[in-house]
Design a protein. Structure first.
Lengths: 973, 111
């Protein structure tokens, strides 16, 4: 099997398994376990199978192209250290799967569990065998995400949700820092490839960016490995199902941090910064973790703090910068994984059998489950560092290293004492774990009678404990060669001579071990009674609760500070916001004058055309009048707005823009109808003088606004004039003029630009139009008018009252009479306007017209019918379905664009030709016309939808009031 | 002619801005429409003012010497239609806000 195949299977198989696992039935515990266990076993055997060639060639590699432009390859790399870790991941992974088969209840939805577990396994393998720091980081983040999902597996409990979130926030924060650190390393080395990074240790350590890179990488690794002061997420992650705690939060994921530190050890260790930062963090975690562990009452809580402490030990060993320290660190990673995973399994079994994990309630379980108790005792002894077990060996190595002097400093001198104190604590909590659970008074008021778990549930734990024993008794014969391979792959030429033996003679480390064992036992005896009744956490320090600090921090950051920042920088009131926006826009307009790109010159009015001047005299008066009247006389203001619009329309026509004039005129019509429809829902406003505001303040406010308005107006006029008198530069316009006919097949250049040259923009614009129309439609479906607008308007009520008073009239007659002549004309105009719309559409490519103008025209035809005869009358006779118009037209426009793909051209390439039609003659035909048809239909649909949705409100309201009246009548009778 | 049009753009923009700063929703809607007119004219005028030269080709090809610049016209044409749509959206949002808050003050409450 080639390296490529091997490494690819290692990475891909767990993820494939994960996808497959997600498809099983919710209670398929057996098949899930077969699948997941099978995947883990295959990976495990592949690794064992690969070992000989690994020893022979040192590193197995696989390279695949990923983003060549950035110099990033998808490279995988398996060396001795990675092999050992991968073995741990798959081996313990397999045991945990087996254990989980019995641990998970039939009520738990297991596909989710096993799917996440497999995906985690794949991600962890990815970290381990990544040959490139970016890839490593990618899988690093994946493990954080799957850890989040697995901690939150029982998402109906608040503890699981909070713990999951906390873990994600802390490790996610670390991931960002790590990314930054890795990028710095990449900048220093010039590559992210692990081989190249490992080869440039000297360059990294002497670089100016070494310290920032180190700090960032430490932030990433210390958060992941739950080191002080980021340790608090780990105890809260114990809300996860126990198999998850065993695999992720003791054996593998939390070791990713120290794994990366070991990976980078050859290139980053050995500096004072490394020693101090890592040494302090490690020592704090070692001592505090062990101390806190004593005072936990939850079995898993004790194990979590113990894990923090042991990871601190590894961190401290790595901080020393001595090769023997690194050997001890690697060895302890393996040892810790074996005994801690087995202890977690024991804790899970106890929880499973008794229904509680509180050590104060437990006791005397040896009587009920002797096998489990024996297994837990052996593992626990390994954790305490009792001779003949693997934990003892690495702890002795640690003591030996602690005695050595590495960097002359207080930190170094204190290490032996700290080591003994921490070991004492470790002995105490290990004893407590065993004694309070398996011995002493038998438990009372348990939910059920405890007994031994199923045989296969004990097997994983049994296997791990056996490993502890075998390694502990015959270290050199069992783990020796593999450890050497792993150490050599990290240290290379600096690999020291180390001997794995139980007996090194009477030396200082042995005495330290003995002291710790005795002191720890005495400490437990002293604390025993206190621990039975104490609250959770050590005295005094229990108030230093990392979880509370974290939660308060989160609230401070995401709620209080963000709200304060929002209050300080903005306002909930729209009026001042609009003012600020306008002032900012006005200031921006000054930039071209300030930078001198636009000069000011004295205006000349030489070529003034009196006719247009007259038009604008009226237009300007309309604009000012609209501004003046908009508060009290809305209808007048609306009419005046129309006047200003007409002046604009004439201006377009005057200055050679017939298309614009046409569109502006039509839009004026629909805008007026739209706002007229809106008027119905606004409150009455009487011309009264407001008394609650200080008149002086009011005048000041209005003067300020007037000032802004005049300034903006004057500025806009100046800017427009300054540009208009400049000579015409060479613009892109000539390009379109030259090619509109030859390449677009149309003479109306504006239309050709819209539907051909810039067709993609137009497609975007009609999409916006469709979105706006649908938004309006959706908003109005939930429209609730203000109470004073609910009934019929005053005029309607008066007319109806008049009609009802007369014996020969019925309601609505007055309105009908009043609009008789206009409505007849409007009805008869219907076909005429339709023909006009078709005409405008068809001529659009060659003459003023086109989809936009034609669309609004047709929409107007529909609206006129509504105006003439009322909503109900029209809708009884005509079904318009504007939403269908919008959807089909958008589809048509997009499909026209896509059709050019069939001929091998880019999106929206148009084709034009003249077609001879009998009788009519030669007619221009371009695919752009089809696109324009889409524009046309969409404009029809959108305009009609907007206007009709608004018009329907009155009818809906009427219906509603009718039903309430009917109900009232029924209730009375 | 440039002076006339520039002045008119200024008057439209000034009236529109005055209304945008007013507290009533209807005033803001009218103000926005006036501003839209001013801005459309402004963009259009960037192509310079010429009479009697619409960009409708008489032969198979043309130059800027004979025809008005079509690009600002194309820009403004879609702007007019989109302007109508946004006015409609603003109007409906303000109507809905009036229904919810009971006031037609833009801040959602009387001061």
């Amino acid at each position: 099997m080639t390296d490529d195949v091997l490494l690819t299977i290692l990475i891909v198989l767990p993820f494939v398994g994960s996808l497959l696992a997600a498809t099983f039935r919710p209670n398929a515990r057996n098949s899930e376990a077969w699948l997941a266990g099978g995947v883990a076993l295959i990976c495990l055997f592949l690794l064992i199978f690969a070992y000989p060639s690994l020893v022979e060639r040192e590193v197995l590699r696989s390279e695949a192209e990923w983003i060549p432009a950035l110099g990033l390859g998808f490279s995988l790399r398996l060396d001795g250290f990675a092999w050992m870790f991968a073995l741990l991941v798959t081996g313990i992974g397999f045991l945990v799967v087996l254990y989980a088969r019995y641990y998970m209840s039939p009520n738990d939805p297991v596909p989710r569990f096993f799917s996440f577990l497999l995906a985690f396994m794949g991600s962890m393998l990815g970290i381990v065998i990544a040959g490139n720091l970016i890839i490593l980081l990618f899988f690093w983040e994946l493990t954080s995400i799957f850890s989040f999902l697995l901690i939150g597996y029982w998402n109906h409990t608040a503890g699981a949700r909070d713990g999951a979130r906390m873990a994600l926030v802390v490790t996610g924060f670390g991931g960002v820092a790590l990314l930054a650190g890795v990028v710095l390393i990449g900048q220093i080395v010039g590559s992210y490839d692990l081989d190249q990074v490992l080869a440039s240790g000297e360059a990294i350590r002497s670089h100016a960016l070494y310290l920032p890179a180190l700090v960032l990488i430490l932030l990433g690794t210390l958060t992941k490995s739950a080191q002080f002061p980021f340790h608090f997420w780990l105890p809260n992650a114990m809300a996860a199902p126990t198999p998850v705690s065993a695999l992720l939060h003791s054996a593998t994921m939390v070791k990713a941090g120290v794994f990366l530190l070991t990976r980078l050890w050859p290139v980053m260790a050995g500096t004072p910064e490394w020693f101090w930062l890592l040494g302090l963090a490690g020592m704090a975690a070692l001592v505090l973790g062990a101390f806190f562990a004593i005072f936990q009452h939850d079995l898993k809580g004790l194990l979590a703090y113990s894990t923090i402490s042991h990871l601190g030990l590894i961190t401290m060993l790595l901080s020393l910068g001595s090769p023997l320290g690194a050997v001890a660190a690697i060895f302890h990673m393996m040892n810790h994984a074996t005994f801690k995973a087995s202890l977690f399994m024991a804790a899970g079994i106890i929880d499973h059998e008794t229904g509680t994990r509180d050590m104060r309630k437990l006791g005397g379980l040896f009587h009920y489950m002797p096998v489990t108790a024996t297994l837990a005792m052996v593992a626990s002894a390994a954790m305490a560092g009792v001779p003949l077990l693997n934990g003892f060996l690495s702890k002795e190595m640690f003591f030996a290293e602690a005695i050595e002097t590495h960097v002359h400093s207080l930190l170094d001198t204190s290490q032996p004492y700290v080591a003994v104190i921490a070991s004492t604590f470790a002995v105490t909590y290990s004893l407590r774990f065993i004694h309070s659970v398996f011995f002493g008074a038998r438990p009372r008021d348990l939910a059920r009678e405890p007994h031994e778990p199923p045989f296969w549930m004990r097997v994983p734990s049994m296997f791990l404990v056996l490993a502890c024993l075998v390694v502990g008794i015959f270290p050199a014969a069992t783990i020796g060669p593999y450890l050497l391979t792993a150490v050599q792959s990290v240290l290379g030429d600096r690999t020291p001579v180390f001997s794995l033996a139980i007996w090194h003679g009477f030396n200082l480390p042995l005495i330290m071990s003995a002291v710790a064992l005795v002191a720890g036992a005495l400490l437990y005896l002293a604390l025993r009674n206190y621990l039975q009744h104490s609250p959770v956490g050590p005295p005094v320090l229990r108030h230093l609760n990392g979880r509370h600090l974290f939660e308060r921090g989160v609230i401070l950051l995401s709620l209080k500070w963000s709200r304060a920042a929002e209050m300080a920088s903005s306002t909930h009131r729209l009026q001042p916001q609009l003012r600020i926006l306008l002032l900012a826009a006005a200031l921006a307009a000054l930039v071209p004058f300030a930078t001198g790109t636009l000069g000011l010159r004295w205006p000349t009015a030489s070529d003034l055309d009196p006719a247009l001047a007259l038009v604008w005299l009226a237009g300007a008066a309309c604009a000012i009048g609209a501004a003046y009247q908009a508060k009290y006389h809305r209808l007048v203001a609306l009419v005046l707005l129309g006047g200003a619009g007409l002046a604009t329309c004439i201006t377009f026509a005057w200055f050679s823009a017939p298309d614009l004039a046409l569109t502006q005129l039509l839009v004026e019509v629909v805008t007026t109808i739209l706002i007229l429809l809106g008027l119905r829902w606004l409150p009455k406003r009487f011309e009264e003088i407001r008394t609650d505001e200080n008149p002086l303040r009011r005048r000041l406010r209005r003067s300020r606004d007037l000032g802004i308005a005049v300034a903006v107006g004057a500025g806009m006029a100046t800017l427009a004039y300054a540009v208009m008198v400049l000579p015409v530069p060479e613009t892109v316009g000539s390009y379109f003029l030259e090619r509109a006919y030859t390449e677009g097949g149309g003479r109306n250049v504006v239309n050709v630009i819209l539907v051909d040259f810039r067709g993609f923009d137009t497609l975007g614009e009609i999409t916006v139009l469709a979105a706006v129309a649908l938004t309006i439609f959706a908003l109005l479906r939930r429209f609730r008018p203000a109470p004073d607008n609910v009934g019929s308007p005053l005029q309607q009520r008066r007319q109806n009252a008049f009609d009802e008073a007369e014996p020969d009239r019925k309601a609505g007659d007055t309105l009908g009479d009043y609009l008789l002549v206009p409505s007849v004309i409007m009805k008869w105009l219907f076909p005429v306007i339709i023909v006009l719309a078709i005409y405008l559409f068809l001529r659009g490519h060659d003459l003023p017209g086109g989809g936009f103008a034609a669309g609004i025209t047709l929409a107007t035809a529909f609206i006129l019918q509504y105006l003439a005869s009322g909503t109900i009358w029209v809708e009884d006779r005509l079904r318009i379905l504007p939403v269908n118009w919008i959807g089909l037209s958008l589809l048509l426009a997009a499909m026209t664009g896509m059709a050019s793909w069939l001929f091998g051209y880019p999106f929206l390439t148009s084709y034009s030709q003249y077609v001879d039609i009998p009788l009519i003659g030669s007619v221009p035909a371009a695919t752009a016309m089809v696109f324009d048809l889409g524009v046309f239909g969409l404009v029809v649909g959108a305009t009609v939808l907007m206007l009709i949705a608004l018009a329907h409100q009155s009818v809906r309201n009427l219906r509603a009031s009718r039903t309430t009246t009917a109900q009232a009548v029924r209730e009375e009778s | 002619m440039a002076l006339l049009l520039a002045t008119c753009i200024g008057i439209l923009a000034g009236s529109g801005v005055w209304l945008l700063l007013r507290p009533r929703t209807f005033q803001v809607v009218i103000g926005l429409s006036l501003c839209a007119l001013a801005v459309n004219l402004f963009i259009f005028s960037m192509g310079r003012l010429r009479s009697g030269a619409p960009p409708v080709l008489a032969s198979t090809s043309g130059t800027l010497a004979d025809y008005a610049d079509p690009v600002p016209q194309a820009l403004v044409l879609t702007a007019i239609v989109i302007g109508f749509a946004t006015t409609a959206l603003l109007l409906v949002v303000l109507l809905a806000a009036r229904g919810l808050t009971g006031t037609d003050h833009v801040d959602g409450q009387e001061r």
